[in-house]
Design a protein around this ligand. Structure first.
Ligand code: GLN
Ligand code: ZN
Length: 776
């Protein structure tokens, strides 16, 4: 039985791992480049781990009671769990993450509804599942008993829980039909039991097991009714019976434990775990007495771990104070809704000098990770000693909130009025048949037209020019000239390759969302607000803080220039409204659908300007359509309705003879098949090579009857597919759907590839298209 330690009054579910100066990124990349040794990587990682837990103490978390999470990972927390269980040998950690010459990496996919990517473990009937790696124990010990003379911190190790781990895993190749990783629950739980015993022996008062699968029908929807509750009950019965274990906190971030598909709070509350963390930003507070909760702590996820806005402390404190009576819980503690992995480190790291759209007022409206820790500490103090104990902090938060609500730009009447005037006519184009005929006449393309998704390789020269421009070492004219030269080169290459619909190559775009955010009113971009996307990769999501409008055309000059160089059609290339929202920090003071409509209208004006500049084809990319899909099935319809409507708002102003393309890139289309049809794009390109075109018959069966470009070339690796392979994939597509609908294109943009492999692969793609055309 656990050491009797009450749950701390305030905690966070996890903290950014990459380092405020991206120390981990640099250490990893130096190791991978062979510039450092394993020992040097470990030393840098250890320094970062210790600095992090001490920073959390400096910010007000208690150093002695397990308030401070130990949520470090060298690359990914799901991979860590696979290594913990021996499913991936510790020595193969980075091979599993990145592949080596011989072995491919594990598949990577999005973590719940975030833009963080995890590695998908492969579990079969015989995959080892035993307690094989004691990293959580070592990291606990190094902080609790440091040998560097620094402060000791008793942390709370954070590990992905067994149920979620297995639900996120996929069946290993060769597993018998019908096998599911969750079939191995007892083996996995036995390994976790050994981990808990080891943590207890090391003196850990608390351990946190993350079970976000419990809020996500997208992950558990395939299970038989009751199977999830049964798995939770079984797993936690075993784990709570481990002698000498730490007290257990089960965290369920990203949504609601209770929904139409089941009450997943009940089995947790009925178990003998000591604490449950619920997300009160995305999810709702339990209502009514919850049996079993009286003997547990309820960690109330009141501070948003997934967005950057300063919390309304007055409202949150009142909510916390109500919870105890409402739920009958043994104790209420204050927490974050999710790990702080999804937000940058510290508002103070940014220079809020008014440059680059960074409005100085914003600083006061925001809370990054460190500010959120302080909010948790304040709320915990207020809960323990009454609001009077934190009156000053509450007043400051309320004042910032009021300032934000009243600030110019947050509400722009002209934008609101335009959205309010919209009607059904604004989202409808002419019937597809009519459009298709007009487009065929205008474009006169061959059957199986060839194209690419938009970006061409971002060469070291392009990156160097952009960096020099940002530093001021290259002036606007010189930068522009360098990018135009690149566009000319990309157009010439596409002509030489014989592609049918060309692109300008997107050299001028640092990022497909940031590029637009920098040019739209209502957004700010940060200089150093990095957030881990996967492994050593970080992104800087823009901050969408006000009503959105387009002060000037965004992309037209580049498309016009590219079109001036060729007689072939050049696609105008835009990022869609849903993707712009998904990869930004969005305002939390109005429904997302309203924000999407504003972005869509800005894009609609851009489409009109592209048409006026002569573009016959416009592509609006929505690679994140699936990512924002609500985790609970009952919420999905409403989301897809506004998401589809936003895309149509952006595109439906196009003339019938303007061909609208869209691009989607993820491989699980299940829940969004109808939405793809609903977008009403003339041509949809999608990722399909790795799944061998399985989306094509799926779309056909769903009645999809417009252009489709299933990717025939997997751009995620430098491997060059042979013309034969591409031909084979293409034949699968034309056999599955009306060949007149089929387009030939890679899976996604080429920006991460090099020119050598890109050129050869596209040559094979064009050859395959010609071969299959000849046999139609
Ligand atoms: N047009 C973008 C590109 O080619 C699309 C990228 C994406 O789908 N993520 O880079
Ligand atoms: Zn893509």
């Amino acid at each position: 039985m656990p050491i009797a330690t009450p749950f701390p009054g305030g905690t966070i579910l996890g903290y950014p791992r990459i380092g405020r100066r991206r120390e981990l990124k640099r250490a990893l990349e130096a190791r991978w480049a062979g510039r450092t040794t394993d020992a040097e990587l470990e030393a840098a990682s250890r320094a970062l781990r210790l600095a992090t837990v001490r920073r959390l103490v400096a910010l007000g978390l208690d150093p002695a009671d397990g308030s401070v999470p130990s949520s470090f990972s060298p690359y990914d927390q799901v991979l860590d769990a696979a290594v913990l269980l021996g499913a991936v040998p510790a020595a193969d950690y980075f091979v599993a993450a990145r592949g080596d010459g011989a072995r491919p990496p594990l598949e990577m996919t999005k973590w719940f509804d975030t833009n963080y990517h995890y590695l998908v473990p492969e579990i079969g009937p015989d995959t080892p599942l035993t307690f094989a790696d004691d990293a959580p124990v070592r990291w606990f010990a190094e902080a609790a008993r440091p040998d560097d003379g620094g402060q000791a911190v008793v942390t709370r190790p954070v590990v992905v829980g067994p149920v979620t781990f297995l639900l996120l895993a996929k069946a290993a190749a060769g597993a018998p039909v019908g096998f599911r990783p969750l079939d191995r629950l007892d083996d996995a739980v036995a390994a976790y039991a050994d981990l808990l015993a080891a943590l207890g022996a090391a003196g850990a008062p608390w351990v946190q097991l993350d079970e976000p699968a419990l809020v996500a029908d997208t992950v558990t929807g395939h299970l038989a009714p009751g199977a999830l509750a049964e798995a939770v009950t079984r797993a936690y019965a075993t784990l709570t019976a481990v002698p000498g274990r730490p007290a257990i906190l089960v965290a369920a971030p990203y949504g609601d434990l209770r929904g139409a598909s089941g009450d997943h709070l009940a089995p947790l509350a009925a178990s003998d775990v000591e604490a449950i963390a619920v997300d009160l930003v995305r999810g709702s507070a339990p209502t009514g007495l919850v049996p079993g909760l009286e003997s547990k702590a309820l960690v109330a996820g009141l501070v948003d771990g997934h967005n950057v806005w300063r919390a309304d402390l007055a409202a949150r404190l009142a909510q916390a104070a109500r919870l105890q009576a409402a739920t009958g819980t043994g104790a209420v503690a204050v927490g974050t809704s999710t790990s702080l992995l999804h937000v940058p480190h510290d508002v103070e790291d940014e220079t809020w000098d008014g440059a680059a759209g960074r409005d100085p007022r914003l600083r006061d409206w925001l809370a990054f990770a460190d500010q959120k820790v302080a909010e948790v500490v304040t709320l915990a103090r207020g809960l323990a000693h009454g609001p009077g104990a934190v009156a000053e902090q509450i007043a400051a938060a309320s004042a910032a909130l009021a300032d934000r609500a009243a600030a110019a730009g947050v509400v722009v009447p002209a934008v609101r009025e335009r959205v309010a005037r919209l009607g059904e006519a604004d989202v409808a184009r002419a019937p597809y048949r009519e459009r298709a005929a007009a487009q065929a006449a205008r474009l006169s393309l061959p059957p199986l037209p060839t194209t690419t998704i938009g970006s061409f390789p971002q060469t070291p020269e392009i990156r160097a020019a952009r960096a020099a421009w940002a530093r001021g070492a290259l002036d606007d004219a010189a930068y522009e000239a360098a990018m135009r030269a690149e566009v000319a080169r990309v157009v010439a290459l596409q002509e030489e390759l014989g592609l049918d619909v060309l692109v300008h190559g997107e050299p001028e775009r640092n990022d497909m969302v940031q590029h637009f955010a920098e040019r739209l009113d209502g957004f700010a971009v940060t200089a150093g607000g990095w957030v881990q996307s996967y492994g050593s990769r970080c992104v800087r999501p823009p901050i969408l803080w006000g009503d959105v409008s387009r002060p000037a055309p965004l992309t037209v000059a580049w498309t016009r220039y590219a079109q001036s160089l060729t007689a072939k059609p050049v696609k105008g290339m835009l990022t869609g409204p849903v993707t712009i929202l998904a990869w930004s920090f969005v305002r939390d003071d109005q429904p997302l659908g309203d924000t999407a409509a504003q972005v869509a209208l800005a894009l609609r004006d851009e489409v009109a300007d592209l048409e006026a500049a002569g573009a016959a084809v416009v592509q609006v990319d929505e690679p994140a359509l699936r990512e924002l899909l609500p985790l609970r099935r009952e919420d999905q319809r409403a989301y897809l309705d506004w998401a589809v409507r936003a895309f149509r708002l952006a595109t439906a102003g196009a003339a019938p003879d303007t061909q609208v393309h869209t691009h989607l890139c993820y491989s699980e289309f299940g829940e969004v098949i109808d939405a793809i049809d609903g977008l009403d794009a003339d041509v949809t390109s999608l990722e399909a090579a790795r799944s061998r075109m399985e989306i094509v018959p799926q779309l056909r069966d769903a009645g999809y009857g417009r252009g489709i470009g299933p990717g025939v070339y997997d751009i995620h690796s430098p491997r060059v597919p042979s013309a034969g392979e591409v031909t084979e994939l293409l034949r699968l597509a034309v056999r599955a759907i009306e060949p007149a609908l089929v387009w030939v294109n890679p899976d996604c943009g080429l920006k991460t590839r090099g020119y050598a492999e890109t050129t050869e692969s596209l040559r094979h793609l064009v050859a395959a298209a010609r071969a299959v055309r000849a046999s139609l």
